[in-house]
Design a protein. Structure first.
Length: 215
């Protein structure tokens, strides 16, 4: 009988120890599972944040690229519009210049252009080329005025020879030395080309508001 009680106690102890061991194993399993889940959630959050950050960065880059493209297109359109305005004004200027020949003071204008050319050249003999329509005017009105201008400045002009230009011109003169090696082009076309930057600046100042200018 005593032996049976001992066996029962041993079995009871084994069952008790087994239950404790089971509880310990289960607790460790629950702790391990919680740690694994927490780590997985942390990694998921990290990956999610990275994906969101990359998406945001890509979105910002795409937005910047689109805005830059729009800005360039707007600039291109404004530049084209500005050049159309400048071209229209330049055409109006050329038309006005071409009408200069009809002005009463055209001989005085030619004399001033010829005198300006002479100041850039050395010597006392010159060949003055002009449009065929103006050659007769050179001899009758322009050369006397040029000689007087030069006399006032203390410079004697021995000879002035008028010749027609090979091509038509809106007006003005092309002056050279008799040998033809040195020429000063003071035709209207040449002057407009020389002062093209100044003319454009005048157009910008007179036509465009400060906010419309594109450098």
């Amino acid at each position: 009988m005593a032996d049976m009680e001992s066996v029962d106690k041993i079995c009871e102890q084994i069952r008790g120890d087994g239950a404790k061991e089971t509880d310990s194993i289960l607790e460790k399993a629950r702790s391990t599972a919680a740690a694994i889940i927490e780590k997985a959630e942390s990694e998921a959050r990290t990956v999610g944040d990275r994906i969101l950050r990359e998406a945001t960065e890509k979105g910002a880059v795409a937005k910047k690229r689109v805005l830059s493209s729009v800005s360039l297109e707007v600039r291109r359109i404004k530049l084209r519009a500005r050049e159309e305005v400048v071209t229209a004004v330049m055409d109006a200027v050329r038309a006005s210049v071409e009408r200069t020949r009809k002005r009463d003071d055209y001989p005085r204008i030619l004399a001033g252009l010829a005198a300006e050319a002479l100041r850039m050249l050395e010597g006392d003999e010159f060949v003055v080329h002009a449009d065929r329509r103006d050659v007769a005017l050179l001899e009758s009105a322009v050369f006397p005025a040029v000689r007087e201008l030069m006399r006032i400045e203390g410079r004697a002009v021995k000879r002035l020879e008028g010749r027609p230009l090979p091509e038509a011109t809106a007006g003005g003169v092309r002056v050279g030395l008799p040998g033809g090696n040195v020429i000063f082009d003071n035709t209207f076309e040449a002057r407009m080309y020389r002062y093209r930057d100044d003319i454009r600046a005048i157009i910008f100042d007179g036509v465009f508001a400060p906010g419309d200018r594109i450098e």
